[in-house]
Design a protein. Structure first.
Length: 318
């Protein structure tokens, strides 16, 4: 598989509240997965398909396999054009399916690389994650459990690939992470629009407050997927790989900053940090390729910086 992954070091940002009494420390991690052709994508799809089948997940009509079929058709057709020219020539609905297949393939690929063996807990989560509508346009509050679960799995995979021990076998919290100095409960939320960020933050905080009551030496972290909020801002079109990565990271950081009032007033002192994740398809016109750009913006909540949270975020880039 000739799919390349490039990592960019943390880029720190410091913000000061209006009162001038508190300092907020933001850090941004950028990762891109680059595809030069649908044939490359198809190779990863097929590896994942074998992994799923080996794990007993053999449904033929789930969201992943519908996207696999679309990529198979595109791989055959692109022989006459490069990837970008092919994408420009298909109808908007097909283009949207292929664009989001890139990001969802990347997320599932992260899980595939982190969990070589599918146990019963992972199998249940994957089955949920692969259900739901194939098009994000058809997603709503009654059928969004699939992509919500994929967000949880993708974040757990990133933590596991960083060398951390993760547990995803319980209903709540979504992820339990063991770090050298303690345990972190991670509650994941995926707002369907920017208007519901505060609502999702409050819901996560309430769940963490309940779960942390009986857990000593444990801390809570709220993880939000901002991909849908960024989707509202329109599709990225760029001229170079480097410019696209930086533009996406900055766009995500600004979106997090715009919502700072929504997440900075979490009352429970044991909820010590926030993680924001976004993934988006980007066309790289200079290299005639597509990439799935992922960014994580993280911040400790002012006055609550703890060693466990620092240990968690320090392992995310690895």
């Amino acid at each position: 598989m000739a799919c390349g992954v490039e990592n960019e070091k943390f880029r720190p940002y410091t913000l000061q509240t209006r009162s001038g009494n508190e300092i907020w420390y933001f850090q941004t991690l950028m990762t891109v997965t680059n595809f030069n052709s649908f044939t490359e994508m198809l190779s990863l799809f097929e590896n994942i398909n074998r992994w799923l089948s080996d794990g007993g997940i053999t449904a033929k009509s789930d969201r992943f396999r519908l996207q696999l079929k679309a990529v198979q058709i595109a791989a055959k057709a692109e022989e006459r054009n490069n990837l970008i020219e092919y994408m420009q020539g298909v109808d908007p609905e097909q283009r949207a399916t292929l664009l989001w297949a890139i990001t969802e393939l990347t997320e599932l690929g992260d899980v595939y690389k982190a969990f070589p063996v599918i146990d019963s807990a992972l199998s249940e989560k994957i089955r949920i994650a692969m259900s739901g509508p194939s098009s994000q346009k058809l997603e709503n509050s009654t059928n969004n459990a699939a992509r919500n679960t994929m967000f949880e799995l993708g974040l757990a995979a990133r933590m596991k690939r960083g060398g951390l021990q993760v547990d995803i076998g319980q209903e709540n919290p979504d992820i339990i992470v063991s770090v050298p100095s303690g345990t972190i409960f991670v509650q994941c939320k995926r707002p369907l629009s920017s208007r519901t960020v505060r609502e999702n933050v409050n819901s996560a905080a309430t769940q963490l407050r309940r779960d942390l009551k009986s857990a000593k030496q444990s801390f809570g972290v709220i993880a939000l997927s901002m991909s849908k909020s960024l989707l509202e801002l329109g599709e990225f079109r760029i001229t170079s790989h480097e410019a696209g990565a930086h533009a996406f990271a900055e766009q995500a950081r600004l979106e997090v900053e715009r919502h700072r009032k929504d997440w900075s007033n979490v009352g429970d002192k044991n909820v010590v940090g926030v993680l924001f994740h976004a993934i988006y398809p980007v066309a790289v016109t200079e290299t005639h390729s597509m990439m799935a750009a992922q960014t994580i913006v993280h911040s400790s909540i002012a006055g609550r910086r703890t060693q466990p949270f620092d240990e968690l975020v320090q392992r995310l880039p690895e």
